[in-house]
Design a protein around this ligand. Structure first.
Ligand code: C2E
Ligand code: MG
Ligand code: MG
Length: 702
């Protein structure tokens, strides 16, 4: 296939031009030609189109080969330039070739034209490739220099023996416009951030010792006053004796990267609204606290707090004001606890406080009081006073968990309990925790304990204040745990209720207590028995029948059994409770309202229930001699109960003065440590015999 050649012919004679083209075609070239005869036409043609070859006549009426060559050269184009002349003049030819023409030949001697053209085209091609490669190189050099400038990078060569450090490259961009190429390692240490110096020295010393390459980052004080992050990577070189005497490296400014990293970590570890550490950050700090003290981890507390009714604040006042409340709360919390404590916002209206270095558990209470104090003042926003209240849950390390997740979860359980109870704070307690594996394990053990009779009943006497003698006993359950020892009922009753174990447990207590009562009775010890029921027992339709069966089995008159039910158990579902209380009462057993006074229910309501007795809660009785309010409550409860024909038992009588006051106020019976703590059956039998409050032997007929 023939090659297409674009030819520009500078020639006034069309016939001569045609002859040239013929010659080229004969040489195997397809041609596309244009003929010009003035400098202007030539310039115009060259700018309009690209040519592979210019062939010029030597003499034209308005032009000449030297002028044409110059015209071509002023365009900067690299196109082979051939001169074809009618005459031969050695001097002219040499002058033309010197000026840059590629060929000079006679019109009637064109034999050389084709081979010469082939060579010229090949040379032009090579030149073109060179130019292209040079351009690429130029571009990449330019890119590199731009990269070096923007990467703020320089190389250096450190003579370890003399300490001299010679820099090359963009060191001024890194250290400042007036930084000099020559310095010393000590000068570098001088401008280094003091916190980084030791580390850098260590890294360098190690590298010099081992001849291993190093990479280290550090901060320097830039001449502009700002602090910049640099990263140096280097390779030490040993001399003939194996000593590292020279280090060659590259240093670049990584401030931008550090800033970006910082930003990322700020976003990852900070709450944007309050600028407090967020959940991630808190977890890290908890892990730090756990790992402190060489992994031994001093005790610490994790508090979780969430604002009551925050949703209402948001809904009624708008999110903007809600955000302002959160910011204010964040500030106040920070003012309430000092470093190294950490206040974090976990999201929404949930905050957490880590109290490390806890010298004793009591100091948690001090901090909580401080928190309550700072939250006490309403938050004022747009002249609106917004009252902020919070429920706080506390988990202690290592008692309640040994990793951040379990501690957070347990603080959450405690917080939930605090909120449910309306308490300002609650310390985690397994019995509130429905999901803890420990609690589930405990439930499994409790089930076994019930089945294997490992529960025990202790009995506490009730004293008739009129006679000063025992008039009954309350059965109080305990769990004799193989490892944990004796467990008190408030550690497992609520869990048993939630874990579906309260029915078997109550049944066991009733059976044991009625059996004991029957046994004592058969021995001539008349001790009417009281047993506690839980809220859930009031939903148990079978219970009245079962109780009737137990009484029958142990030959007990039904009025010998009193069932104690707390106010709150009744108020949980008053209609159903009313029904079952009626059915229980129909069997002839007596009913008592336990812990009376703390549940706010009206006596009027309770009097419509078939109850026989009120037990005044020990929290009033215990303080009634010192607190006039409590005394009023106890006295008026006695009076009101008597008006409603109810008997009154005072719980928690611990001293003689209280006993005497109750007696003087007309209270019917008393129960408490003054007379006796709850005792196992054997000890109780002894107490019956030995105590001044014991059975009147004459009456009991022993
Ligand atoms: P409760 O029915 O009000 O029982 C009285 C509690 O007060 C007992 O605690 C008793 O030991 C304690 N107590 C008695 N006298 C004094 C005193 O003078 N001072 C003080 N500070 N405390 C006194 P306990 O045995 O730990 O029982 C706690 C609660 O557990 C009981 O309160 C009752 O609500 C519940 N409970 C106990 N046994 C059973 C049971 O078999 N079934 C159910 N459902 N609940 C039970
Ligand atoms: Mg009771
Ligand atoms: Mg009670």
């Amino acid at each position: 296939m023939s090659q297409l050649l674009h030819v520009l012919i500078v020639e006034d004679n069309p016939a001569d031009a045609e002859m040239l083209l013929r010659e080229l075609r004969r040489g195997g070239f397809d041609t596309q030609a244009e003929r010009v005869e003035t400098p202007a036409a030539m310039r115009e043609a060259l700018t309009r189109q690209s040519f592979d070859l210019v062939i010029s006549d030597y003499n034209l009426p308005q032009f000449s080969a030297p002028d044409a060559l110059q015209t071509l050269q002023t365009t900067g184009l690299d196109i082979p330039f051939f001169v074809i002349s009618g005459t031969i003049d050695e001097d002219m030819a040499v002058a033309m070739m010197r000026a840059g023409a590629h060929e000079y030949m006679m019109k009637d001697g064109l034999k050389r034209l084709i081979p010469s053209l082939v060579r010229a085209l090949r040379d032009a091609g090579i030149r073109r490739e060179h130019r292209h490669a040079e351009e690429l190189l130029r571009q990449s050099e330019k890119r590199l220099s731009m990269a070096i400038t923007s990467a703020r990078m320089y190389t250096w060569d450190w003579d370890v023996v003399s300490g001299k450090l010679i820099r090359a490259g963009h060191y001024q961009g890194v250290h400042g416009e007036d930084a000099s190429a020559e310095g010393t390692f000590d000068e570098l240490l001088d401008i280094m951030h003091p916190d980084d110096r030791r580390r850098v020295e260590q890294v360098v010393a190690y590298s010099l010792q081992t001849a291993a390459p190093f990479r280290v980052d550090f901060r320097i004080h830039h001449r502009s006053g700002e602090v910049r992050w640099l990263e140096a990577q280097a390779q030490p070189y040993q001399d003939a004796s194996g000593r590292c005497t020279r280090v060659i490296g590259v240093t670049h400014d990584i401030s931008e990267r550090k800033r970006a990293e910082q930003l990322v970590s700020e976003i990852a570890f900070n709450d944007p609204l309050t600028s407090l550490p967020n959940r991630n950050s808190l977890r890290e700090r908890v892990i730090e606290a756990i790992n402190s003290d060489a992994g031994r981890g001093a005790p610490f507390a994790l508090l979780l707090m969430d604002l009551n009714h925050f949703k209402d604040i948001n809904d009624t006042l708008g999110h903007h004001r809600g955000d302002l409340v959160l910011k204010e709360v964040a500030q106040r919390l920070c003012s309430a606890v000092a470093a190294p404590s950490v206040v974090a916002r976990l999201g929404g209206d949930e905050f957490a406080i880590l109290l490390p270095d806890l010298d004793n558990k009591a100091s948690v209470h001090v901090v909580i009081e401080q928190i309550q104090r700072v939250l006490h003042e309403p938050v004022t926003i747009d002249e609106l006073a917004i009252v902020v209240e919070a429920g706080i849950g506390v988990a202690l390390y290592p008692d309640h968990g040994t990793n951040p997740d379990s501690l957070l979860r347990r603080a959450d359980v405690a917080m939930y309990t605090a909120k449910k109870a309306g308490a300002s704070y609650v310390v985690y307690d397994m019995k509130d925790d429905h999901h803890s594996t420990a609690r589930l394990a405990l439930m499994a053990e409790l089930r076994q304990a019930i089945e294997q009779d490992r529960l025990v009943l202790h009995y506490q006497p009730k004293i008739d204040l009129n006679t000063g003698r025992i008039c009954g006993a309350e059965a109080l359950v305990r769990w004799q745990h193989p490892r944990r020892g004796m467990i008190a009922p408030d550690q497992f009753i609520a869990a048993a209720e939630q874990g579906g174990l309260i029915h078997p447990l109550t049944r066991w207590v009733l059976q044991t207590a009625t059996m004991q009562c029957g046994l004592w009775r058969s021995q001539g010890l008349d001790v009417p028995m009281a047993v506690n029921l839980s809220a859930r027992n009031l939903l148990d339709q079978q219970l009245p029948e079962e109780i009737a069966g137990m009484l029958l089995r142990h030959s007990l008159p039904s009025e010998w059994l009193t069932l104690e039910i707390t106010e709150s158990a009744i108020m949980a579902d008053p209609t159903r409770a009313g029904e079952i209380l009626q059915r229980l009462s129909d069997t002839g057993v007596r009913l008592a309202i336990d812990d009376f006074g703390i549940g706010y229910s009206s006596l009027g309501y309770l009097s419509r229930l078939p109850v026989h007795c009120l037990k005044v809660d020990r929290s009033f009785v215990g303080k009634m001699l010192h607190n006039p309010d409590d005394a009023v409550i106890v006295r008026s409860t006695i009076d009101l109960a008597h008006n409603l024909a109810l008997e009154v038992v005072a719980e928690g009588v611990e001293d003689k003065e209280t006993y005497d006051s109750l007696l003087s106020w007309g209270c019917d019976a008393a129960q408490g440590y003054l007379m006796s703590r709850p005792l196992p059956a054997d000890a109780f039998t002894e107490w019956l015999r030995d105590s001044p409050w014991g059975l009147d032997r004459g009456v009991a007929g022993i």
